[in-house]
Ligand binder design. Sequence first.
Ligand code: SLL
Length: 257
Amino acid sequence: MAEQRVRVRGLSIYRPIIYGNTAVVLTPEERKVLPTPDHTHRWTVAVRSAASAPDSDIVGGADDLSYFIKRVTFKLHETYPNPTRNIEKPPFEVSETGWGEFEVQIRITFVPESGEKAITTYHHLKLHPWTLLTGGESAEAPSLETAAKLGPVHSWQYDEIVFNDPFQSFLNILTAHPPTPLPKHKRKPVPFHTANPASLEASKGGTPEFTQEMEKEEAERLENARKTVIAEQDKWRAMLIEKEKELQQLQRQLSDA
Ligand code: SLL
């Protein structure tokens, strides 16, 4: 129906997602049966709902996102056969083995009803556990044996896909699929995505998950960054006004001379 293509102006609606990867060290036995003996890790890169299913050992993924995501394209390193992997149905993920870290391009295409353009983001595929940072210097990555003992490496980024002025029909689809709320407080390790000593603990303690606390912290970080930008803008604007005054004065002096 034509009115379904009407945009709901002034309305924003978002869906929380995570993207990132999990990696484990292959056992010597596993490596023996691989056609590629130089591969050291098995990894999965994925786009998932932010909330984790209860008692699941999967990071995120409580909700099936295919009501608004049509396809996720993962562009792997060119050393992989057919590096462009189109995933047309959930789970939106790619599992592979390999030996090296690289940047994965992730392109999310929305369902046609959305009328939204695809979005692209990047994830640094992480295979090696974070190492403790001492005095600004980073230590060597631990050996494969140590890494195997530490357990799976998790590197996940929380994000919110915001739809502004959505089509009425798309809004109906979205509201019919409310996202599973994140747990209020920390029950499990946190899925650190930046170099942080605590993440060594995180990788030992089981499957991490995102919480509302982390969501709030992220919002606070964004808000602080926004304030810093505004303060900088104000500072430079004042500077500009000052310089323009100076310029005018000089020009006046010049024309008076
Ligand atoms: C590096 N810039 O040098 C990165 C490249 C490539 C990763 C990492 C396996 C592919 C294959 C694979 O792990 N590629 O089987 O050839 O660290």
